[in-house]
Design a protein around this ligand. Sequence first.
Ligand SMILES: Cc1cc2nc3c(=O)[nH]c(=O)nc-3n(C[C@H](O)[C@H](O)[C@H](O)COP(=O)(O)O)c2cc1C
Length: 186
Amino acid sequence: MASTPLRVLVITGSVRRGRLSDRVSTFVMQRLARLDGVAAELADLGAIDLPVMEERLGRIDPPPPGLVELGAAIEGADAIVIVSPEYNHGYPGALKNALDYFLPQFKRTPVALVTVSGGGHGGVNAWAQLVTVLVYMGAFVLPQTVAVAKVQDSFAADGTAIDPAYEKRVDGMLAELVWLAGRLRD
Ligand SMILES: Cc1cc2nc3c(=O)[nH]c(=O)nc-3n(C[C@H](O)[C@H](O)[C@H](O)COP(=O)(O)O)c2cc1C
């Protein structure tokens, strides 16, 4: 009997109107769809519209719409990919706000980071900040990462990689993520 698929959750960390990094999330979902034994799900923070965090999940009654579902998706995931833009040498406040609703849900969860910038550095500053936060939260942050520079030139609106080098980079990162998630699940 085939084993249950590994559940990989892709979180889009941008809620900006006219955003571009959702193209990268679409691309990651497309690459995940090519993998056997993987069931991918997308959590788009732009579609959830979480209010400013006043208390963590489990301590707010009633919880804001979408929060319980997001928490269940994170908790149920065998692995997570966070796609985050870089804003002012950091990652977006909306993403930090979402992360702060949670803590135990990330424990021992393999997390891969994909950072996105309009400039040439690929969001390395956002990456450094996310590593700090996620390690504190107990996630196993993957050393393999993908930094997308000049997203406007690198990805088309439908998520196609204009620069095909991203196919190899993302596939390599996902292979490591799926390997680790499989080991941890077993
Ligand atoms: C508020 C803000 C701050 C930004 N700061 C940086 C930055 O520090 N470094 C950089 O390379 N790009 C920066 N950019 C460009 C973004 O990385 C680029 O617009 C990218 O597309 C952001 O993802 P998004 O389109 O999903 O919002 C900034 C953009 C915004 C809106």
